[in-house]
Design a protein around this ligand. Sequence first.
Ligand code: BG6
Length: 516
Amino acid sequence: MAKTTPFTLVIFGATGDLTRRKLIPAVWSLYRQNLLPEEFRVIGFARREWTDDVFRDRMKEAVTEFSDCPLDEEEWRGFARCVHYHCSEFDQIEGYRDLRLKLESFEAEPGDACTNWETCCKTELRHSVLFYLATQPGQFSLVIDKLRQAGFHSAHRSGQGWARIIIEKPFGTDLASALKMNREISKGFSENQIYRIDHYLGKETVQNLLVFRFANSLFEPLWNGHFIDHVQITVSETVGVEGRGGYYDQSGAIRDIVQNHVMQLLALVAMEPPVSLKGDDIRDAKVQAIRSLRPIPEDCLNQQIVRAQYTRGVLPDGREAKGYLEEEGIDPKSITETYAALKVQIDNWRWAGVPFYIRTGKYLPVRITEIGIHFKPVPNVLFNSAGQMQPNMLALRIQPNEGIALQFQVKEPGPAMKIEPYKMRFAYAESFDSRSPEAYERLILDAALGDTTLFIRNDEVEAAWRFLDPVLRGCLGQNRDTLAGYPAGSWGPLAADELLERDGHQWELVRMPARK
Ligand code: BG6
């Protein structure tokens, strides 16, 4: 893995949950694996009046709680020396100017580990800055504008370093807000400085989709509507809204999961082979796939989309769950969906006539993200009395128990011609000893290296919204009766099963060997 040149990571919203749960544990893990440059800095930027030491203590607690890399005191002390805190309001330009002074001050206080201060740290720590916007989405444009006013956007023009910005989803709440956000961002920073994170792209198994499709000659010739009957994408979660009611009620399953994570999975499955593995070539291919989604007319919403909300129920671990409308922060009259199932079509030569079925929901019985490629059945002429014939199916398990399973028919041993479906499985946990890096480790490192491949470009975001915006507007116009209910802990509403049954299908998931 390439190492980055010295840089400073500035985290806006550093006292928040994302920093504690994901970002600092990811940076710590990169540090422990020796994947960070000898000289780097992390600056937490937030409003709370913390000192460097308070921030370091809090981050130590976070690493103890959330990192799978054990905390070694000696190493932590080395890491903590690189961690700083900067207290400022997001809307005050002085705070950004002071941030600049803080960066300048690094010149005067070399860290103990620095071996070549004059040539590397002096310039690069100050001039190569990765800004991570872990704030409320409503503050993205404000922070970016202030960074521009403070001159950070042009730091790289001196040729001495770079300035990049990582943005967390949601990228807007509809097409208009996404366009507005992209416009505002582009006033100060060019598109190649913007790294929009969809943490699904940092998952090993999602990256493996590219390898699976284009590094094997076996499947690509079959990867089209001549051989594939339909595709199922399931993103099922066992958690509810988990104290994020305020955010979730404004969002719902389609905005929270389908607009980003599912669109990315769908694009990687459906896209044409990119001309190279360069970031923009892959992103061009993904955008084409998303743009080929057939719009869902308003009068077809009820045939192609099922939305539902969880009601009281019993979770698989025996706990009783409240209904969605009883959760804190939720409007008791809310019609926000916590479950969505969609049937979508891709209008191009490869996928004409192949439905893609998508489902996602909170408080479902099992946590699984899986893509099922269902091949066409064989003509029912030779073995129709030999038992249950299930068409071939390829399951790409994204999480957990990551792996791949291929279902085919085998003859059951014995004198009779009896056929059984059998699954051949590959499990990451059984085949590789090495640990899979957390998505955020990979993504922070790639952004520091300037590799945009695993980040979402502005036109991808806009294409996804162009497809989903009319759907969401149509759903908003519907009354409460079109929103189904499902007990927490169940597999969602019956209407979602009927969505597939109408086409002669049913939802299917494979069992994968559990991690040791
Ligand atoms: C986030 C959503 O983007 O993804 C959450 O906002 C969801 O609601 C989470 O729980 C799921 O991520 P993962 O990695 O657990 O599948």
